[in-house]
Design a protein around this ligand. Structure first.
Ligand code: AMP
Length: 210
């Protein structure tokens, strides 16, 4: 099963992708996670990517395609993968088709997580992370306990201004992929991304016929 999760930043692709990965038994390939790990490790790739990420811009395709090629070559991905945050534009989607074709693989479906922009801004601008444990909180929905409240930090790209810019980048560059994949005859399933994690997961699984 090769599946693409589309949806604006903050629509819940990461969370849903991890659950789906467990349920379907294929790894999740999340380019944003790979890039953040590189930034954290201070590699050259991380240093190059950070400036784009902090500004809410897309990292150049050449960098991203190398990462995806590597992740797909891993034997864990032999039976498929769930792509989260990739492809982000039509050019990446065309490259993905070519990369998959090299190993005689094809995409099975695209799931689009629908969440309104204002709900996304609220979700993301309230998000805080504990740098010591990696635990993620939300100022309104899941406030950090008093003992960690002092040290939680906001991801640079979760600042409201940057979130709004990322939504514009999504609308301009990534949302056209919905038409791209529909035109290619792939099943594109739109799923309401609001509600509990479990509710959204059930909607995705039933949209995929599971
Ligand atoms: P994400 O966690 O998927 O929202 O990604 C965080 C940031 O990493 C994005 O705002 C981009 O700067 C960068 N990024 C992640 N995936 C891609 C991609 N496929 N193409 C270009 N940039 C990406």
């Amino acid at each position: 099963m090769h599946l693409i999760l589309l949806g604006a930043p903050g629509a819940g692709k990461g969370t849903q992708g991890s659950h789906l990965s467990d349920r379907l038994g294929v790894p999740k390939i999340a380019t944003g996670d790979i890039l953040r790990a590189a930034v954290h490790a201070g590699t050259e790739l991380g240093r190059e990517a950070k400036q784009y990420m902090d500004a809410g811009e897309l990292v150049p395709d050449s960098v991203i395609l190398g990462l995806v090629r590597e992740a797909l070559a891993d034997k864990a991905a032999r039976g498929g993968a769930i792509f989260d945050g990739f492809p982000r534009n039509v050019s990446q989607a065309e490259s993905l088709n070519a990369i998959l074709q090299e190993s005689e693989r094809t995409l099975d479906a695209v799931v689009v997580l629908d969440v309104a922009d204002e709900a996304i801004v609220e979700r993301m601008s309230g998000r805080r992370t504990d740098p010591e444990t990696g635990q993620v909180y939300h100022l309104t929905h899941n406030p950090p306990p008093a003992e960690v409240a002092e040290r939680v930090v906001q991801r640079e790209d979760d600042r409201e201004e940057t979130v709004r810019h990322r939504l514009e980048v999504y609308a301009a560059q990534t949302a056209p992929l919905i038409d791209f994949y529909e035109a290619a005859g792939l099943p594109v399933r739109r799923v309401d991304g609001t509600g509990s994690i479990e509710q959204v997961q059930e909607r995705i699984l039933s949209a995929l016929g599971h």
